[in-house]
Write a protein that binds this ligand. Sequence first.
Ligand code: UDX
Length: 429
Amino acid sequence: MNITVLGTGYVGIVSAAVLADFGHNIWGLDIDPKRVENLKKGKSPIYEPGLEELLQKGLENQKLQFTTDYGQALEKTDIIFICVGTPQAESGEVELKYVYSAIEQIAKNLQNPSLIVLKSTVPPGIHLKLKEIMDQNTKVSYEFASTPEFLREGTAVSDTFNPDRIIIGTESEKAQNTLLEIHKGLPGKRLCTDIISAQMIKYASNSFLACKISFANAIARICDLLGANVLDVMQGIGMDNRIGEKFLSPGLGFGGSCFPKDIKGLYFLSKQAGYDFKLLDEVSEINDSQVAYYLTKTEKIIGNFADKNITILGLAFKPDTDDMRESRTIPLVNELLEKGAKITAYDPIATETAKVVFGDKIIYAKDKFEAIRDCDILILATDWNEFKNMDLVKIKQLMKGNIFVDGRNLYNPKDLKQFGFVYVGIGRI
Ligand code: UDX
């Protein structure tokens, strides 16, 4: 099929590359000329394992092309996947300006009857407004559908090839069959529903996962008060199939381009619709206070952070990505700087994107040992593999101080004590 993927961010590039791999003819369309030039050379603007190889394969097979020109991308298209960003506006509302402008351009340039599939996370029901824009600007026939995307950064390519489920929201059997056909080669369960429900599934999924993490963080704080081991508690509750063991790891909290934005977005949408979804407000509240919780705990041991040399291991919001969006290291660094600390940080991949956020306010080390040398306090902020089994003897020798703040609960407090560290974790005994 001839497919246009509009927007080459995380979801767009990965979807375009995977669909090309399935033999479809893909135009990747983006308004950013520099991004498009790089994509034409097979260069991905984001770090994502396996993505550049897939892009290059698509380009070589001539299944994948990129352009900034709507006319060119829509000339022969049958299906348009909308993958533009839907960030959060100041008000908490979902910012839809990129979706609106994409739809206006589609309406003005559409030549073939097309199925317009919303992959971007949008307020459920927004297609009704988008239809008005289409109807004012085109006579070509079209239909809307929705297939929300559930890929995770860092595993985006393998998630797209191996989805748990594919949600197909349509208004006709024809559109449903087209989307079932496109996804034919992929594993995973299928759920066919209406468009509004499909979009609600995306918000509800992300909000539920964020609830799980904040629940684990709240339980961890209670474990601190009562002297329980939160890892055992989470393992114990996760053994119940109804609960499941995933997304129950306590730590500095969640970041990224989806969870923080989507729970605020759903909270706002619910309020607008007439329901005060207070639970989601509390989920944000717990997450937003995790960094301060760790810092207060550390201050109780060291007095204060003024002039302390701090090393932060990991800056990205999670491992295997260079994405800094909503990374918990942003409030972490800002609060530490405000308290007068000096910060040296190391991240295996995200140094360049972190420089855009922190500039020269912190020092960037080339490796973890350089970062750790002579520091008073070590803070492990992102659970990259290379931070999981570190040589604790070497680290202790390199450090001036002995405070080990385990922001991802990766180490056993008893082990660290044996090596001469003072351990600061959450819910650990
Ligand atoms: C998430 C969803 O998982 C994905 O389905 C959706 O499409 C986009 O949002 P992503 O943001 O890439 O994906 O990352 P994810 O692996 O879900 O982690 C999000 C954040 O939660 C990270 O900051 C991670 O460190 C944190 N997290 C995750 C925890 O703090 N504890 C956990 O138990 C799990």
